[in-house]
Design a protein around this ligand. Structure first.
Ligand SMILES: Nc1nc2c(ncn2[C@@H]2O[C@H](COP(=O)(O)OP(=O)(O)O)[C@@H](O)[C@H]2O)c(=O)[nH]1
Ligand SMILES: [Mg+2]
Ligand SMILES: [Zn+2]
Length: 319
């Protein structure tokens, strides 16, 4: 169609499901419309490489040929983004807009439960203001009491912090109905290391998705659902974005002083540190360190805090 859809052409609202460069798949009513944006759309937002992202709600002006011209972007309530690639690296690339929930998937083993990954993920979710939860998949692979106790420790720790934790087996169907209920009617992000069973899990909830499973490596895999653009897949009356690794939307624009605010157990202590700002790693009279010593904050979470802090401070040097 031309960029000159007539000014009195009908307007339609829709949800962006997919972006393929210049065209967008927009879900509107019970059909999916192909739509474009005008070249100069929202050019004022110079710090963003993509003014319209998957998950956005937009208004389109419909052309005679049934395609749409996106004329307005409705306000977002949340988003996940990453740093743009290449020479535009100081810009933001929005991966998914209007995310209602973020699930971090881990496995009981193969690969083993990785609390460092979980904590990075939770910090990211807190920073973006998105409710988060944890899925521990491959429950069927728990064989020893020691292994079960170890996982029960993490399960209880994250639940005590207020995050829902679901122990499931995508392969055997255990816990899948519970997960489905959490997805119902929402736009959710499901992320986690390669091999934990994300695709198997989504297939278990919605078999018609037929996502490929058991791939060897993120880098070499090719296929419909492996582009760097997230895609919203219909699931359980809502949508899920099956995104690649967590590094794709890491915590790239965070100041080191902000970090403790995103470890949900830390804020109650932050006013009591002797120094302000306090990084809670070397300062004397630090209330966070005191809370660790008093077993009010776990050493594992504090270690994750220090690891993420170091990576943020490292990134600072380059800016
Ligand atoms: N034993 C067991 N294996 C699983 C389970 N879920 C997934 N797998 C296997 O784990 C491997 C990776 O699964 P996949 O869904 O591709 O992981 P993804 O990389 O996170 O998408 C595959 O060989 C799956 O068959 C489960 O609940 N139990
Ligand atoms: Mg997968
Ligand atoms: Zn402190």
């Amino acid at each position: 169609m031309s960029d000159t859809a007539s000014i009195d052409a009908p307007l339609r609202e829709g949800l962006v499901l997919r972006s393929t460069g210049s065209w967008y798949d927009v879900r509107s009513g019970d059909e999916t419309v192909q739509a474009r944006v005008r070249g100069k759309f929202r050019l004022e937002e110079r710090d963003v490489t993509n003014p319209i992202a998957v998950g956005d709600r937009v208004t389109m002006r419909m052309g005679d040929d049934g395609t749409g011209l996106i004329v307005d972007l409705l306000p977002r309530h949340s988003k996940l983004s990453r740093r743009a690639a290449g020479r535009r690296a100081n810009r933001e690339h929005v991966l998914v807009a209007n995310v209602d929930a973020a699930w971090c998937v881990q496995a009981t083993k193969l690969p083993s439960f990785n609390p460092g990954f979980v904590d990075r993920f939770l910090v990211m979710a807190e920073a973006y203001g998105i409710p988060a939860g944890i899925i521990i998949n491959k429950a069927d692979l728990i064989e020893t009491k020691e292994h079960a106790d170890d996982l029960a420790y993490w399960h209880a720790l994250y639940e005590s912090l207020g995050y829902p934790v679901l122990l499931v087996s995508a392969e055997h169907g255990e816990g899948i109905e519970d997960f489905r209920a959490h997805l119902e009617g929402k736009t959710s992000v499901v992320a986690g290391p390669s091999g934990v069973g994300k695709s198997t899990l989504l297939n278990a909830v919605e078999p018609h998705l037929a996502l490929r499973t058991g791939e060897v490596s993120q880098k070499t895999r090719k296929g419909k659902h492996t582009t760097t653009f997230a895609e919203l897949l219909p699931i359980a009356g809502g949508y899920v974005a099956d995104t690649p690794g967590i590094r794709e939307y890491g915590i790239w624009d965070m100041e080191p002083e902000e970090l403790s605010g995103y470890f949900v157990e830390m804020p109650p202590y932050l006013d009591d540190c002797k120094f302000s700002p306090c990084t809670h790693d070397h300062e004397p009279g630090c209330a966070v360190k005191e809370a660790v010593e008093n077993d009010e904050i776990t050493p594992e979470r504090y270690l994750s805090y220090l690891n993420i802090l170091a990576s943020l401070q490292g990134e600072d040097v380059g800016r």
